[in-house]
Design a protein around this ligand. Sequence first.
Ligand SMILES: *Cc1c(COP(=O)(O)O)cnc(C)c1O
Length: 402
Amino acid sequence: MQDILDLIQKEQDRQNKGIELIASENYASKDVRKVTGSILTNKYAEGYPGRRYYGGCEFVDEIERIAIKEACDLFECKFANVQPHSGSQANAAAYRALMPNGGKVLSLVLNDGGHLTHGSPVSFSSNFYTFIHYPLDKDGRLNYESIKEIALQEKPDVILSGYSAFPYEIDFKKIREICDEVGCLMMVDMAHIAGLVAAKKHISPIPYADIVTSTTHKTLRGPRGGLILTNSPELIKKINSAVFPFYQGGPLEHVVAAKAVCFKEAHTNSFVKYVESLMENTKICSKTLRDLGAIATDTENHLFLLNTLDSFGITGLEAQKKLEEIGVTTNKNMIPGDKLTPKETSGLRIGFAAVTTRGCTKEDAAEIAKLIFNYLSNKINKEEASSKVKELTSKWKLIENI
Ligand SMILES: *Cc1c(COP(=O)(O)O)cnc(C)c1O
């Protein structure tokens, strides 16, 4: 036990000392962590509230009903399944509910900002379904005309949108129109932007999509887990049987309970303020980098892409490693039109969800841009950069107090 506690302490220190710019990470609140660590982990509850395969479920039934209701209230939809253990599990269940084995999905490829579960050869997805992909424009934006053309030609069962590394707003209404014209279903994976959607700072996919999947631990700031939403009484039945018993066994009721806490937290004014500040910080950092002479995308959400190859003459992998030396965590990412391999890449994905939770201000966001620029272009050395990281992080909240 002690060895594990020591390592948790080390990880806590690492989280407190670093500037966390990985766009998919965040810091869960004390309440979310308390509930995740509760005695609910002891309970088996296969099935759904009122229809369990085990006795003694009266309290977890109530908890799961609250989680479902809070999810539906927050996202203004009719039905929710709160049991998926992760976003990938949620996607697996959604695919099964939407189409038979071998069904065809039109999605964005991983290298352009999609997700492993959107048809990557190393994921289950491409083994059970047929994936075809739509390209992005040269500037990295969605081209709805070309999505429509491909869809009319290929006649997919499902058009999938929602991405892992896409810095712009997605026009779900336009995608619905394409789906209606083609006669196919619409699935949205809002894993990254769920917090923005909850705060009404990004168009909601709920009125347009047949099924919406999500994670709960990225911008939504809850426990690590998945979520599926729909307005269709037919689809929710299929979704429920796809999650249990098809893909999963007993639900993690401690995580389901923490999801309920997260949905309530996200349904407050202070969460809306958080999302506003998060988007403002992201915008200021990307703009400051461009003003300094770097090549970075603009942003309409919580992340942007920095072209490190053309800005500093180093690959994304090299930039990631160099920043890691001073406690700034990012991840290498393909940029629009990238000529390098996904192992190297020409850039970084940078997001502000985590640092904004700790209290990063817009002035801090500009300082972070300068720090990244000056360090990657060797204008300051490791020592100077590290002391800047210390100066910034020591002003922010400790992650155990969030
Ligand atoms: C993160 C992510 C997922 C998967 O989440 P896991 O919980 O890691 O399985 C799915 N889709 C998108 C678009 C994501 O960004």
